[in-house]
Write a protein that binds this ligand. Sequence first.
Ligand code: FAD
Length: 446
Amino acid sequence: MIDVDVVVVGAGVTGLTAAVRLQQAGREVVVLEARDRVGGRLLTETVDGVRLEIGGQWVSPDQTALLAMAGELGLTTYPRYRDGDSVYIGRDGIRRTFRGDAFPVPEATAAEIKRVAEELDRLASRMDPLVPWEHPDAAHLDQMSFAAWLAAQTDDPEARDNIALYVGPAMLTKPPHTFSALSAVLMAASAGGFHHLLDADFILDRRIAGGLQEVPLRLAARLGDAVHLATPVGHVAWTPSGATVGDYRARHVVLAVPPTLVNRIQFTPALPPVQAQMRQHQSFGLVIKLHITYETPFWRSSGLSGTAFSPYALVHEAYDNTNEDLPADPRGILVGFVSDTKADALLELDAPTRREKVLESLAAYYGPQARHPVAYYESPWQADEWTAGAFGTSFDIGSLTRYGRHLRTPVGPLTFASSDVAGQGFQHVDGAIRMGEAVAGALLRN
Ligand code: FAD
């Protein structure tokens, strides 16, 4: 048995940030990671000769914890390509181009979108995303689905579908009837307001040169042989004063894994029942991130930015994802997303049919050239046993107020952290860094 101060389970950004901060303060730390790589939901990989960001990739200006960490690790950023017109396909099935963040919808619909968005901003401004259950309207908002809340706000279906898009398919990646209005407000508050979710130029502002996985790779390099890969943790034995994990005995264990995967670990003694109950009410959303590579970024020559949206299309959002940090590469890359029930339906099809459907959806935005890529890739997070969904986990209706206060409560020597339990930066890398630093700070004060 090897004695250490802290065992960290999981070498995602949360676990690696916690481990680096603890080690910098002189603590003896080991990180046990199930996969044969670090980074968890961040993976930058070359597939069919194209460098892809298979997991997370974008950074927004308010993600100051991530920007500071990138700076500390010597990483630089570059802006997402966005010059030109964006495309929107409306409820009438007509394709229209536009500039800015207001979709080209009928005037009355635009007014309704603005009004409902302002109401969401008002609700978010009264929420501390670390404690959403303390919102003045928490009980009421958590008891109704976001779809029901939207239906009560406006009779305009296209306004509802657009507002729903920003929180449902694009963020929590669940249908809006399956999560509460309070969870929707949390998503907005955690990103600094609903107006940020509406603004793709803000929320998807920049990328990290070399790919976002550089963050966990460089953190892990600092930890050296304290990181043990291919070491899944299946059992944790604990007492009030310490715990045993595999070959290690520690004063503290940080479980830096998504809540859904905490439930797969056996604890002796078992965790308090409320912990297991709570995590049965948290689940991953489902989104398929698609990378489609072309000989050139052909859409640019017809004046398009590559940005495209439609609540009514299979691919509900798409962007120019060309690797601007590799200027010698002439190829153009589009990234697109198929979410929640559309993803369920897509996954029922065989691979060639899926590809055909996705290319058909892209052709509706960019024209027939979109049907002829040189490479096509679907991120497979839902089939990966060490994630099993994307982008993150969220509560079902009513559970944020019922269980939220237990989210970050330690149990004896055990502490729980991941971007899924963050306030600011919830479900994002920024939140993972904030959680890692908060956990390390709490253990150092202990
Ligand atoms: P994880 O990255 O999930 O790390 C947990 C680690 O624990 C994993 O390495 C896992 O293998 C390991 N593990 C699990 N169980 C065990 C066990 N029993 N024993 C040992 N190890 C275990 N965020 C952004 O900020 N910007 C984006 O553009 C963005 N886009 C995304 C796109 C996709 C497709 C996905 C999937 C996510 C995206 N995200 C984005 C979210 C972001 O990637 C995550 O919020 C963040 O990386 C989570 O970090 P984490 O360390 O909390 O969890």
